[in-house]
Design a protein around this ligand. Structure first.
Ligand SMILES: Cc1ncc(COP(=O)(O)O)c(C=O)c1O
Length: 360
């Protein structure tokens, strides 16, 4: 078995460290799809307050957090499992449902953690083709075999930023045999205001094999605290709870996430500005001759001219020299593309100016 590929934050951080030495101006890190808006002041205040009781263990059941999530999203807290980031939950799902010889299915440009989970458990990672850098439900269904145990779909997907609509998602669920666990990773759901989109919670009820995962790392701006959650059928909730660490979500994270759910106006502002800025960055990059993939998240990918001194690799170096970090995605098989997080307006101005000085 080959060693797991390094998880992607390492890649951005390595570049940051390298250019930080230059230290000319504040580094603009647009490489990790983090929120450029920070967190709600309510969340920060709750985290700070909890720091006064650091000697107390966290609630191992994350009960208040599950109740707050349940209230906010109209779900039963009993059907929710919280994790140390949704990353932990994806990992647990892999360890629970797949073993060597089994197949884990996802799309060609599916989120990098999916093959990492497959490698960790010794299962075979099976990729199916996408259509126009978008998941193709028919290809996914055609890719299912007697050995498939898990189908991971990030919707919208990282790094492509594209999504399939609720009808396609339902068709996928309905077409899957009972031996396959469908995991809908809706990490970017809060950003999406697109026709027909659904995070997929309506598909969990009445099934035994559908899980939706969500995170506080993106639009809520709590990536440092590591809080994610899974919405599962009751039988799966029970096994996920047995598999996770007892104090897997730390107390500061639990308190901050509960408070963040009381400030959905903040999330709405993040979503609206991100959508406006995504449209503006897209227009600007299109104007520079780059092909931007229409996405619905807090990042975009753009194709650079292949094999030229204005290609993706040249653009990374050119931007790094200006203390701007973006994410090359050759490890996803998209060597001509860069993934760029949408920043605040002034940050996006800086990115656009940086690229304009490279491209004619
Ligand atoms: C599609 C997708 N799912 C899950 C995650 C992991 O999020 P978390 O911070 O909750 O572990 C990410 C992080 O970038 C992501 O892009």
């Amino acid at each position: 078995m080959t060693a797991p590929v390094p998880y992607m934050p390492e890649i951005g951080k390595a570049v940051v460290r390298k250019i930080a030495v230059a230290g000319k101006q504040p580094i603009l890190d647009l490489s990790l799809n983090e929120s450029s808006h920070g967190a709600s002041p309510l969340a920060t205040a709750a985290a700070t307050l909890r720091c006064q009781r650091l000697m107390r263990y966290p609630d191992p059941a994350s009960a208040a957090l599950r109740q707050a999530i349940g209230r906010r999203y109209g779900l039963s807290p009993d059907d929710l499992v919280c994790g140390n980031g949704s990353e932990e939950l994806l990992d647990i799902i892999g360890r629970l449902y797949a073993r060597p010889g089994d197949e884990i299915l996802f799309t060609d440009y599916g989120f990098l953690q999916f093959p990492i989970v497959a490698l960790r458990v010794g299962a075979t990672a099976v990729r199916v083709p996408e259509r126009a850098l978008t998941a193709d439900v028919d290809a996914l269904l055609a890719g299912v075999t007697a050995r498939t145990r898990i189908l991971f779909l990030a919707n919208p997907n990282n790094p492509t930023g594209t999504y399939v609509d609720a009808a396609a998602l339902r068709r996928l669920r309905d077409g899957l045999p009972g031996h396959v666990v469908l995991v809908i990773d809706s990490a970017y759901a809060e950003y999406v205001d697109a026709p027909g989109y659904s995070a997929g919670h309506e598909l969990v009820a009445g099934t035994e094999n559908v899980i939706v995962t969500r995170t506080f790392s993106k639009a809520f701006g709590l990536a440092a605290l590591r809080v994610g959650w899974a919405h599962c059928p009751p039988a799966m909730t029970a096994v996920l709870n047995r598999m996770r660490g007892i104090g897997n979500v730390n107390a500061i994270a639990q308190e901050a996430a509960v408070a963040a759910l009381d400030d959905m106006d903040f999330v709405a502002r993040v979503r609206d500005e991100t959508a406006r800025e995504r449209a503006r960055v897209t227009r600007a990059l299109d104007g520079l001759g780059l092909a931007v993939v229409p996405g619905v998240t807090n990042f975009v990918i753009a194709r650079f001219p292949a094999g030229s001194n204005r290609g993706a690799a040249a653009a990374i170096a050119h931007l790094a020299a200006r203390d701007i970090v973006v994410r090359g995605i050759e490890d996803y098989g998209l060597a001509d593309h860069l993934r760029i997080t949408i920043g605040r307006p002034a940050e996006n101005d800086r990115l656009i100016a940086g690229l304009a000085s490279l491209l004619p």
